[in-house]
Ligand binder design. Structure first.
Ligand SMILES: [Zn+2]
Length: 240
C-alpha cells in the first residue's frame, strides 16, 4: 500500500514501492506538522522549481539523510547542490559524480533503477531558475502527478494521455498559480482518479479554497474524486 501525506503548501511525502519520496519539501511552512529533522530514511527528494517555498528544506533533508538523492531540472539541481556541498564540505562535482544530485529536464522519464521508480518532469507555466516544471512519480503501486506551480495549460492533456496519473496534486491558491476555476479545468485535462488540492491557505494572498475546487470538479461530472487533505493527513492507495 502506498501512502501520500500532505505537509502543507506544496510539500508531500510519498511512500511508494517501499521508497520514501519528498516533493517540494518546505517543511518549515506555517502549516507543516513536521520539522525537517523529523523525516528519516528518505530515498528521494524532488523539487519542481527554484522558488523558496518549493526548494524549502531540501538541503537540510539531504544532509540529514545520507542515502537520499535529489532529482530536479539541471539548473535547480545545480543551485541546491551548491548549498549542499557547502554544508557537507564537499564539491558540487562530487555530489553529481556520486549520484546524490541528478540533473534532469522536461522530457522522458528518468530511470532510478535501484529504487525501482521513474520520475518524469512535465511542463509548467511558471518562472524560476532554469525552467519550472511539474513531476510525475511512476511506481508499481501507482503514478502521482505533482503539477508544481503552474497556470492551466493544454500540456496537461498530454500529461494525462502519456502518464495516466492516478493521482494529481494541483495548486488552487491563485495569484501565483491556478485558482479553483483553472484547477478544475486542469482536472478535466489530466483526468486523474483522484485530485488533491495544494498551494492554498499558506499566505493571505492565496485565496483559493479547497471546497470551492471540489464543488467545481463535481459540477463537471468527471470520474475524478477530490480528496482534501489537511496538513498531516494521508491518502493510501494501491493501483498495482
Ligand atoms: Zn513558484
Amino acid at each position: 500500500m502506498a501512502k501520500l501525506t500532505y505537509y502543507g503548501h506544496a510539500a508531500f511525502e510519498l511512500v511508494i514501492d517501499d521508497r520514501k519520496v519528498l516533493i517540494d519539501p518546505w517543511l518549515t511552512n506555517p502549516k507543516s506538522p513536521v520539522k525537517p529533522s523529523d523525516v528519516k530514511d528518505v530515498d528521494l527528494v524532488l523539487v519542481t522549481h527554484s522558488h523558496f517555498d518549493h526548494v524549502g528544506d531540501s538541503v537540510e533533508i539531504l544532509a540529514g539523510n545520507p542515502n537520499a538523492r535529489l532529482v530536479a531540472v539541471y539548473e535547480v539541481a545545480d543551485m541546491i547542490a551548491g548549498e549542499l556541498a557547502k554544508k557537507l564540505g564537499t564539491s558540487k562535482d562530487e555530489l553529481f559524480n556520486a549520484g546524490r544530485v541528478i540533473g534532469a529536464n522536461i522530457g522522458g522519464p528518468v530511470n532510478l533503477q535501484d529504487l525501482g521508480l521513474k520520475v518524469a518532469f512535465t511542463p509548467a507555466t511558471h518562472s524560476g531558475v532554469g525552467v519550472a516544471a511539474g513531476v510525475v512519480v511512476i511506481g508499481k503501486e501507482g503514478r502521482v502527478y505533482h503539477a508544481g506551480d503552474t497556470g492551466v495549460t493544454m500540456d496537461m492533456r498530454l500529461v494525462g494521455e502519456i502518464y495516466k496519473p492516478h493521482i494529481a496534486l494541483l495548486p488552487i491558491g491563485g495569484h501565483f498559480t491556478m485558482d479553483p476555476v483553472e484547477a478544475a479545468k486542469a482536472v478535466e485535462l489530466v483526468r486523474p482518479l483522484v485530485a488533491i488540492p495544494m498551494h492554498y491557505g499558506t499566505f493571505p494572498v492565496l485565496y483559493g479554497k479547497p471546497e470551492d475546487f471540489k464543488k467545481r470538479v463535481e459540477d463537471k461530472c468527471l470520474p475524478t474524486k477530490v480528496v482534501i487533505l489537511n496538513p498531516g493527513e494521508s491518502y493510501e492507495f494501491d493501483y498495482s
